[in-house]
Design a protein around this ligand. Structure first.
Ligand code: F6P
Length: 543
């Protein structure tokens, strides 16, 4: 769907920002703080228990005004409504984009192709809850009458990263007498290591794939089936040990999984937006249906906030506009995600697919080459580990790396002074990045002249600090939705389609062709470039 707001209005808003950047681009944050004693509080936003301090950014009130003008010129409001009301905004696949329907409360109505999808969502949720209760309580038995102790999720991309991240994030709430494993890579090592200490009689495989045709997942699923049979399982027992999560009933049946044991979702759920659909079955099995629904409630709270809050008080919008500001005006190439919470250790990896598969696009909705930079590279590691590896470059390197710090007021595992230390580090890093240390300060500490330049911190490096009380299922839902809508807003500003992923196709096609060539040495002439031909020949000779 073309976004409302003419190209000219958008262009004017860009130009205004360019002019503004020319004026304030080099302004130092320390001066902005000195000029406004209220800045720290004024540039802090709270919504539903999440707090965003965005004061340590290279912005003024005028910057924000111009960024909001840009969002308006880009038609953000209309685009948001189009998404929430089920319009087919994924124009290259002619699909609605309705992950928000996955967390819509019962009684709401969202109509796609003449059908209200909310009752369907709740029917699947109820089916998942019934199944999860049975497995968790031991009522669901394996083929030999043993209860299920191990759950292995087989999926890749959105059918893996969300489930892994959520399992790790919410481990505190999980059923500890059950083992959860995740297999994604087509590298056989992933599967072999995941099952090497498991008893087949007590193991349940969740085959998670939107399409049920993804090479890696289907290969792993077939290996899982062979493993089950090789460990004494029988064909008739497969129904007790394999369930499918997919939109593709035909392929599920073809694989041999009883479609009664299939949990469905819909083409309007993008893979990277699916952790709160049936793809989250492993999460529900781990934390239970009640906690899963609390997570959905958190997603929904952020959805309502994003849809209704004015731009200036809208958390996802603020994060997105700041990213656009740095990406397109400061030439920042990356955003660092730095959770100071061990349970969020897979959050940066999860966000990589969400952000980069969504906004790694080089053409506009109209198919023209973009004339700005689009999606930045997202990366990160949990604190404080990163401080002892890559933070050096963030503090003193030559690149500008906007950072999102994420922390919690309370620890789920209070232990002596650990939490105070952890949070002291969050605040210290953000302060050091923003304000640095001048040569005068370094000299005043008695540093030898020759060392002074090495010990100077230029500062003026931007960061956001996102805080919540503690990591609960609801807060995790809010955090994920915060970034989902952040990504959406960036996509609207850049006028790109955040919901397709054609960039993954070419590699898949070539890999299928090359696989045939690796397996069949008798294939005549290789017709790739000389480098690829040479590599194939070498591999064949070593096999
Ligand atoms: O890599 C492309 C992709 O289509 C992702 O968008 C998706 O999350 C992943 O593959 C897995 O797809 P599926 O769930 O259909 O197996």
């Amino acid at each position: 769907m073309a976004i409302e707001g003419t190209a000219q209005v958008r262009h004017k808003a860009w130009l205004a920002l360019e002019d503004h950047y020319a004026k304030i681009g080099k302004t130092e944050m320390k001066h902005l703080f000195a000029q406004d004693p209220q800045r720290g509080e004024r540039f802090t936003l709270q919504a539903n228990g999440l707090l965003l301090d965005y004061s340590k950014n290279r912005i003024t009130d005028e910057t924000l005004k111009l960024l909001f003008d840009l969002a308006e010129a880009a038609g953000l409001k209309a685009a948001t409504e189009a998404m929430f009301t089920g319009k087919k905004i994924n124009i290259t696949e002619n699909r609605a984009v309705l992950h928000v329907a996955l967390r819509a409360p019962k009684g709401e109505s969202i109509v796609v192709d003449g059908e209200d999808v909310v009752p369907q969502v709740h029917a699947v949720l109820d089916k998942m809850s019934g199944f999860a209760d049975k497995v968790r309580s031991g009522e669901w038995k394996g083929a030999t009458g043993k209860r299920i102790r191990n759950v292995v999720n087989i999926g890749i991309g959105g059918s893996d990263l969300g489930p892994v991240m959520a399992y790790e994030a919410l481990k505190h709430y999980s059923q500890r007498d059950m083992v959860f494993r995740f297999v994604s890579n087509v590298d056989g090592t992933d599967f072999v290591e995941a099952v090497q200490d498991l008893h087949a009689e007590e193991t349940l495989f969740l085959v998670a794939s939107k399409t049920f045709t993804t090479q890696e997942t289907m290969t792993n699923a077939h290996s899982a089936r062979d493993w089950f049979l090789s460990k004494g399982g029988e064909e008739a027992g497969i129904a007790k040990h394999f369930v499918a999560i997919s939109t593709n009933e035909n392929e599920v049946a073809k694989f041999g999984i009883d479609t009664a044991n299939m949990f469905g979702f819909w083409d309007w759920v993008g893979g990277r937006y699916s952790m709160d659909s049936a793809i989250g079955l492993s999460t529900m099995l781990a934390i239970g249906p009640e906690n899963f629904r609390a997570m959905l409630a958190g997603f929904h709270k952020m959805d309502v906030h994003f849809r209704t809050a004015p731009l200036a008080q809208n958390m996802p919008v603020l994060l997105a506009l700041l990213t656009v500001w740095y990406t397109d005006h400061f030439d920042a190439q990356t955003v660092a995600i730095l959770p100071y919470e061990q349970y969020l250790k897979r959050f940066p990896a999860y966000l990589q697919q969400l952000t980069m598969e969504s906004n790694g696009k080089h053409v506009t909705l109209e198919g023209k080459h973009v004339d700005t930079q689009t999606g930045p590279i997202y990366w990160g590691e949990p604190g404080t580990n990163g401080q002892h590896s890559f933070y050096q470059l963030i503090h003193q390197g030559t690149r500008l790396i906007p950072c999102d710090f994420i922390g919690f007021f309370k620890s789920l595992n209070p232990l002596g002074r650990h939490h105070d230390m952890l949070i002291a580090n969050v605040f210290a890093q953000a302060e050091a990045l923003a304000f640095g240390k001048t040569a005068e300060q370094v000299k005043a500490e008695g540093t030898a002249d020759a060392l002074v330049p090495h010990r100077v911190f230029e500062g003026n490096r931007p960061s956001n600090t996102i805080l919540a009380d503690e990591l609960t299922p609801e807060v995790l839902g809010m955090l994920v939705a915060l970034y989902e809508h952040n990504v959406f807003t960036q996509g609207v500003i850049w006028n790109i389609n955040s919901f397709d992923q054609w960039g993954v196709e070419l590699g898949k096609v070539l890999a299928t062709k090359i696989l045939g060539e690796l397996e069949d040495k008798d294939q005549p002439d290789l017709k790739h470039d000389t480098s690829t031909n040479h590599l194939i020949t070498l591999y064949r000779s070593k096999k």
